[in-house]
Design a protein around this ligand. Structure first.
Ligand code: AMP
Ligand code: MG
Length: 325
């Protein structure tokens, strides 16, 4: 397939309405959008990404008021989250509308819904006028695409079009919160923190590691299967470290994070390194750094653990998973 490089929201929407696959920017990472109501298009999306069929897709809408295009109901707590954080990097898991296919939700009775806060994404969604399933624009398992060039690396020739926009600013996927019954549960950490959600709904809690392990051990149907798949991994071995290895000469006290690769001779001198001046910069440049490590074929990369505040919790989650944990 010949991939078209585009910069028009109308053209993107036209391709989506015709059953095609279009990568476009959002404020979190780039997504690959397809018409979620078109079964063939959804099947092509799983194929293009190499995505396991038991990993559900998030549906994107241009306006919170359109939730009924995807969900059967909007529980009070979900409405409160929508008011507080949408448009933005928050995905609400809601009871699904019966017309949303099992393929989209991986057979779950629920559906993930998000209203992105990005002018291009919203223009595309407005023009498409259907719920758009848009998983991250990368081959399954790889670091998410945060630039159109990264998207092109993974998906040129596999999707119909790529929107050549600026880099995604947040750089980490949305917070996913299950609002489908009982107290809200954070299934995936993101830029909207647990504390922010608790300010709106104090009983919101995190889905614990022990809960995940118990589910897997007992073969229970896990309520967010995506949690189980390998994710965000470069080809290089990822070592998460508290401080850069001894012998390196960067002034670490002044920076928020350090990422670097060893020289091939094993000396602790860094052939490729980057110092991020803030936690937000670290999150925003993290996946692109891992991709650069692979482009230059390094075998091992050291990445400094993110601190716990703000987006740091989400970044730590992606770091652990990039390391294969
Ligand atoms: P991605 O599209 O690659 O950002 O991944 C989407 C993630 O959203 C999945 O891996 C799931 O963890 C989560 N998700 C999507 N839909 C649902 C749902 N219906 N229930 C629970 N989690 C969901
Ligand atoms: Mg993904």
């Amino acid at each position: 397939m010949l991939t078209e490089y585009i910069d028009s929201a109308e053209r993107a929407a036209e391709i989506i309405r015709a059953g095609g696959l279009v990568a476009f920017p959002t404020e979190t990472v780039f997504g690959i959008g397809v018409d979620a109501t078109n079964g063939d298009a959804v099947a092509k999306l799983f194929e293009a990404k190499g995505r396991p069929s038991n990993n559900p897709l998030i549906l994107h809408l241009d306006d919170g008021g359109h939730w009924a295009r995807a969900a059967a109901e909007l529980p009070t707590v979900a409405e409160a989250f929508l008011d507080a954080f949408s448009p933005g990097p928050l995905t609400l898991v809601l009871p699904k509308l019966s017309s949303i296919g099992d393929q989209v939700t991986a057979g779950l009775p629920t559906v993930g819904v998000r209203i992105p806060d990005h002018p291009i994404a919203r223009a595309i969604l407005r023009n498409a006028a259907v719920p758009v399933a848009a998983p991250s624009a990368n081959r399954s398992g790889r670091p998410s695409g945060t630039t159109w060039q990264a998207v092109s690396e993974d998906l040129d020739g596999r999707i119909d079009a790529i929107f050549t926009a600026e880099s995604a600013t947040i750089g980490i996927e949305s917070t996913v919160v299950d609002c489908s019954g009982g107290n809200p549960v954070v299934l995936r950490p993101g830029a909207i923190t647990l504390e922010q959600l608790q300010q709106v709904a104090p009983h919101t809690r995190e889905y614990g590691d022990s809960e995940k392990q118990r589910m897997v051990a007992f073969g229970e149907k896990i309520n967010s299967p995506g949690i189980l798949h390998p994710h965000y991994q470069p080809k290089a071995q990822v070592c998460v470290v508290e401080v850069p290895p001894v012998g390196i000469s960067v002034e670490v006290s002044a920076v928020s994070a350090f990422c670097g690769t060893e020289r091939f001779d094993g000396l602790h001198e860094f052939a490729l390194s980057k110092i991020f001046g803030s936690l937000d910069d670290y999150a925003s440049g993290f996946y692109e750094f891992l991709r650069e490590v692979d482009r230059q074929a390094f075998e091992r990369v050291f990445i400094q653990t993110a601190s716990e505040e703000g987006i740091g919790r989400a970044l730590r989650d992606r770091q652990r998973r990039a390391a294969g944990d």
